[in-house]
Design a protein around this ligand. Structure first.
Ligand code: NAD
Length: 352
């Protein structure tokens, strides 16, 4: 089974190295038959190939059995015509990874703002308000005059339906509760379209308790009653923002896994950014990328009927939860004392 690692920028290489060591340990324990390749993406690719991601790499990712992408420092890339392409967006669009699955849960023994929470945000991943992925040509932002900037948001019937159907299936496998988050009271056409398709997908799934919330109310409700939610489906930017809020409620940004999923492919990707402020210091928390890898192994296991991949995912998930119980086995962002590499070494020992 071919594993493609794309370390990315900032803390990406550090957390990807830990993820590789952990996967190698799981490979030894479960005889998964993993073969690893690492390819440059982000600044390393810009230097070598003149672009932060190349068409060849996108095709390579399409063919990989398991693909893992580190965070990318898009804010510091040059303009697109000088090679600064958002690799994350390019992969999501080209591989049609339309659902971004972002679970957040409270871990036993780990201090968190939320007392009790175990939810999954399913965020539409290929359209919405992100200017670099809403247009066939050009971008979704224009400046008709020096004093006027406009941003366009794309919401399609098909895009809204398929992500909602995905979320409804997930809710049916979990606790059977789906919350549709929107702002259709103001964005009557665009969010109205999203809402009607989400309602349709939820009704077709059948047997779900369905709730609808405006995004601003949802931001409060997540803090007030985080335990009231199971699966939440929403548009791209709302999902991006709410999932950071949920991660923080669970204990921190370094804690939440994220999987980009389509009908054919999936890519694991940490839900946080490249954290340039701590890059190279060996203090980053690798848990988000590791939990993304748990999601990826589980997805691949379900797709291929390989229970060994799901068992490996389960063992990794449990070992991470065990480590988070004690400050002695946490990283600095969680008031622990382990470095990024040491967290990886202890984890490797525990999953043998
Ligand atoms: P960020 O998520 O990189 O960092 C926010 C804060 O959280 C920083 O203080 C950082 O040190 C901390 N943090 C993040 N991940 C951590 C981890 N694993 N362990 C410990 N601390 C962690 O967000 P930002 O500073 O807004 O963005 C930095 C760059 O990342 C920008 O170029 C942005 O565009 C990009 N970005 C990329 C992704 C992605 O690749 N998926 C997502 C968000 C932002």
């Amino acid at each position: 089974m071919d594993v493609l690692l794309l370390p990315g920028d900032g803390i990406g290489p550090e957390i990807t190295a830990v993820t590789r060591n952990v996967l190698e340990a799981l490979d030894r324990s479960f005889s998964l038959g993993l073969k690893f390749t690492s390819e440059d993406v982000g600044f390393a690719s810009l230097e070598k190939h003149g672009a932060t991601i190349t068409p060849e790499l996108i095709e390579r990712a399409r063919k990989a059995d398991l693909a893992i992408l580190g965070p990318v420092d898009t804010a510091h890339y040059p303009p697109a015509d000088q090679g600064g392409i958002n690799p994350s967006a390019a992969l999501r669009i080209n591989l049609d990874l339309y659902a971004n699955v972002r679970p957040s849960k409270v871990f036993e023994g780990l201090p968190a703002l939320a007392r009790n929470m175990d939810l999954v945000i399913v965020r539409e991943n290929t359209e919405g308000f992100y200017a670099d992925r809403t247009m066939y040509a050009g971008t979704g932002e224009v400046m008709p005059t020096p004093d006027l900037a406009l941003a366009m948001r794309k919401v399609t019937r098909q895009g809204s339906y398929r992500v909602s159907a995905f979320a409804a299936r997930l809710a049916a496998k979990r606790r059977g509760h789906l919350t549709i988050v929107h702002k259709a009271n103001v964005l009557k056409l665009s969010d109205g379209l999203f809402l009607s398709e989400a309602e349709k997908a939820a009704a077709e799934q059948g047997g779900l308790a369905v709730r609808e919330e405006h995004v601003d109310a949802m931001a409060s409700l997540l803090v007030r009653t985080p335990d009231a939610f199971d699966v939440i489906v929403t548009t791209n930017m709302f999902g991006d923002i709410l999932s950071n809020e949920a991660a923080e409620l669970a204990g921190g940004l370094g804690l939440s896994g994220s999987l980009n999923v389509g009908d054919e492919n999936a890519i694991a990707q940490a839900s946080h950014g490249s954290a340039p402020d701590i890059a190279g210091k060996n203090i980053a928390n690798p848990v988000s990328l590791l939990l993304s890898t748990v999601l990826l192994l589980d997805w691949k296991g379900a797709e291929t009927g390989r229970s060994d991949l799901q068992q490996a995912a389960n063992r990794l998930d449990k070992a991470i939860s065990e480590m988070l119980k004690s400050p002695d086995t946490r990283t600095a962002d969680l008031a622990g004392s382990l470095s990024c590499r040491d967290f990886g070494s202890v984890l490797v020992d525990r999953i043998r």
